[in-house]
Design a binder for this molecule. Structure first.
Ligand code: IPE
Ligand code: IPE
Ligand code: MG
Length: 242
C-alpha cells in the first residue's frame, strides 16, 4: 500500500568501473556511460514529479583513487556542466552542489558557481550533486557553523535543529535511497539525513540503471510502511489527523 508520497530520492551511483571491466574497457568508459544514466534519471524524475534528486557523484574518500582517474572525473564534471547547463535551465531545474567544494580547482569551482547562479530561481526539480561529499564532514561542518552562530549567546549547547539547519542539505531528508552495483553500505553518504530513509539496493551497475529500474525502486518504496518509530503507518497518522 502506498502510504507516503515520494518527494526526495537520493542515489549512490556505483558500478561504473565494473561495468567497463565486464566489457574489457577502461574505467573511464564506464564513467562516461554513467553520465548517460544520470541524464535518464534526471528526466525520469521530472516526469515522475519528484521534487528533489540528490546524486552522489564523488565522495570525500574518492581522492585516494589513482590520479588519472580523479583527473578524468574532474574533467567529466566540467564537461557535463558545460554541455548540460542550458537544458537543465530550460527544464526549470535548480541545481546545487553539496560537499567541500574548496578542494576543486578554480575552473571547476567557476563552472559550479555559474550553474548554481543560472538556475537558482528555478522552481521545478531540485537537483543536488554531492561532490567531495562525506556525511561525517557534513555533520562536523554543521556543528562548527552552529557553534559560530552561538558564540555571542549564552546558550552553548548544540541541539538537533542547530545541526539540521547547518547541514549541506537540510530541507527534506531523502524518502528513498537507491544504491546500484550490489554493495549494501552507505559509504559515508548523508549519514544524518538517511536516518529514516527507505534503503533500496540493486545489483544493476549504474550505467545500466534506467527508467524501468528506477520504477522498480519506486515500487519498492510504495510497498513499505513508514512508521518513524511509531506503531501506525504515516498514512494512518495523516488520516487520523484530519
Ligand atoms: C561510481 O562507480 C562512480 C564514482 C565513485 C565516482 P565506481 O567508479 O565506484 O565503480 P566500481 O565500484 O569500481 O565498479
Ligand atoms: C560511493 O562509491 C561513492 C560514489 C558513488 C560517489 P564508492 O565506490 O566510492 O564506494 P566504496 O568504496 O565501494 O564503499
Ligand atoms: Mg564503487
Amino acid at each position: 500500500m502506498a502510504n507516503s508520497i515520494i518527494k526526495h530520492v537520493s542515489i549512490i551511483m556505483d558500478g561504473n568501473g565494473r561495468w567497463a571491466k565486464e566489457r574489457n574497457m577502461p574505467r573511464s568508459y564506464g564513467h562516461r556511460k554513467g553520465i548517460d544514466a544520470v541524464k535518464k534519471i534526471i528526466n525520469a524524475s521530472l516526469v515522475r514529479q519528484i521534487s528533489t534528486l540528490t546524486l552522489f557523484a564523488f565522495s570525500s574518500e574518492n581522492w585516494i583513487r589513482p590520479t588519472n582517474e580523479v583527473k578524468l572525473l574532474m574533467t567529466l564534471f566540467r564537461e557535463s556542466i558545460l554541455n548540460n547547463m542550458e537544458s537543465l535551465h530550460e527544464n526549470n531545474i535548480r541545481v546545487a552542489f553539496i560537499g567541500d567544494l574548496s578542494k576543486f580547482d578554480r575552473a571547476l569551482k567557476k563552472y559550479i558557481h555559474t550553474l548554481e547562479e543560472l538556475t537558482k530561481h528555478n522552481t521545478g526539480l531540485e537537483l543536488n550533486f554531492a561532490v567531495n561529499y562525506g556525511g561525517k564532514w557534513d555533520i562536523i561542518n554543521a556543528v562548527n557553523q552552529a557553534i559560530g552562530t552561538k558564540s555571542h549567546s549564552n546558550e552553548i549547547y548544540i541541539n538537533k535543529n542547530d545541526i539540521e539547519q547547518n547541514l549541506s542539505f537540510y530541507k527534506n531528508h531523502p524518502d528513498l535511497m537507491i544504491r546500484t552495483a550490489g554493495e549494501h553500505r552507505l559509504s559515508n553518504f548523508m549519514l544524518w539525513q538517511h536516518a529514516y530513509t527507505e534503503l533500496y539496493f540493486t545489483d544493476t551497475l549504474w550505467p545500466d540503471f534506467d527508467e524501468e529500474k528506477f520504477d522498480d525502486a519506486i515500487k519498492f518504496f510504495h510497498n513499505k510502511t513508514r512508521k518513524f518509530g511509531g506503531l501506525k503507518s504515516v498514512k494512518q497518522i495523516e488520516q487520523n489527523d484530519k
